[in-house]
Design a protein around this ligand. Structure first.
Ligand code: NAD
Length: 347
């Protein structure tokens, strides 16, 4: 059964590239979600990605308490192809026309392969875009807000484990010192957390030295004896093998799609390791962008919504315990309840 409200599939008239725009749900409000520019063996794999990612955005907004629905756009590049910089504008105009044709049902932001500069080009054609550069009135880079939201989630988990949300002296092991990871480590260092960090890029040891953080290899950090392991690199980090080796009390980070398999999720629960779904932890960036650009919140109101991730995570952990389910299942239930209530109130 098609779970989505609408899916547009087009060959871009200027670029010739396959483009998929999936609107999963507008039950809570107009849909939003990133534009992914990525390589796929076949354009249909891009379609599968757009369907999966747009449904995940519905969950993300519903759990975050935002009145937005899930959407996503994928431009499927052939394997090994790189977008031609001279023809990037063609590609972005093709996407912009597609977005504009929906008349505000869906707005796009950046995702893998795109950034604020691309949103500026899309904004030349349609108003339904967010995360344009700040110089153009957009909210720009979302990673500082994603990092801020991650700190809020870490506070909730720390309170759950130790009775208070003070991060001072708490041992945190951060995997990945990229855009989000570096901001996050700076915030955690300012709170007095005891940091261990890693990255595959040895140049990042400079950040560790500056913050007084211990450095481990990516292999070693998995079994570091810490309070919380914080994945902030790529997806799929939690395989069953990795979960068996964990010596932390919780895994809470912004990296997308952390669970390699459902089995790994079950094993976390059996081992008594708290895991909070990444789409809840990483919502700060999109919360800031959507609230400031699409809901006209001021910076203070947007920050309050990002910090509210602490309450969201605390509620999820409580519900999970009360129902005897994982936080992931509790998050899905929360989302379904909100969406059902919105649909019922619309009749
Ligand atoms: N940027 C945002 O606002 C945002 C929002 C939501 C989710 N996320 C997710 O957060 C994660 C980090 O995003 P980002 O924007 O910081 O990405 P990024 O590409 O800037 O940083 C990723 C970092 O991880 C490192 N890395 C890659 N593989 C590694 C490994 N195996 N071990 C250790 N380090 C490794 C890279 O060298 C890089 O420094 C991603 O999964 C992203 O999807 C980001």
């Amino acid at each position: 059964m098609l779970d989505h409200e609408q899916v547009l599939i087009r060959r871009g008239p200027r670029s010739g590239l396959p483009m998929i725009l999936a609107v999963h749900s507008t039950a809570l409000g107009p849909a939003a979600g990133g534009l992914r520019l990525w390589n796929y063996p076949d354009w249909r794999d891009g379609l599968a990605d757009a369907l999966r990612l747009s449904a995940a955005m519905t969950l993300k907004f519903a759990v975050a308490g935002l009145d937005s629905g899930g959407g996503k756009t994928v431009v499927a590049l052939p394997q090994g192809a790189r977008p031609d910089p001279a023809r990037r504008r063609d590609l972005l105009y093709d996407v912009a026309d597609m977005i504009d044709s929906l008349g505000g049902v869906y707005a796009a932001g950046p995702d893998v392969g795109t950034g604020p500069a691309d949103m500026a080009v899309i904004g030349e054609v349609t108003a339904h875009v967010f995360c344009r550069p700040e110089s153009l009135g957009g909210s720009g880079d979302s990673s500082p807000h994603t990092a801020r939201g991650t700190v809020a989630a870490l506070r909730a988990v720390t309170r759950r484990l130790y009775g208070d949300g003070d991060l001072k002296g708490r041992r945190m092991a951060v995997i990945g010192l990229g855009h989000v990871g570096e901001h996050l480590c700076r915030l955690l260092a300012a709170e007095g957390a005891d940091l261990t960090v890693t990255d595959i890029d040895p140049a990042k040891t400079r950040i560790a030295a500056e913050l007084g953080a211990a450095w481990r290899s990516p292999e070693e950090i998995i079994s570091a004896e810490v309070d919380v392991l914080v994945p902030a690199a790529l997806g799929g980090v939690l395989t069953t093998g990795v979960v068996r080796d964990l010596r932390c009390r919780a895994v809470v980070g912004p990296a997308n799609n952390q669970l390699d398999t459902d089995e790994a999720g079950e094993l976390l629960r059996e081992r008594g390791v708290i895991w909070v779904p990444d789409y809840v932890v990483s919502a700060g960036g999109v919360i800031n962008a959507i609230t400031t650009e699409l809901y006209d919140f001021d910076a203070g109101q947007a920050l309050a919504r990002v910090n509210a991730i602490e309450r969201t995570v605390a509620d999820l952990l409580e519900a999970a315990e009360a129902l005897g389910v994982t936080p992931a299942r509790a998050a899905q239930e929360t989302a379904r309840r909100r969406i059902r209530a919105a649909m019922a109130s619309r009749g």
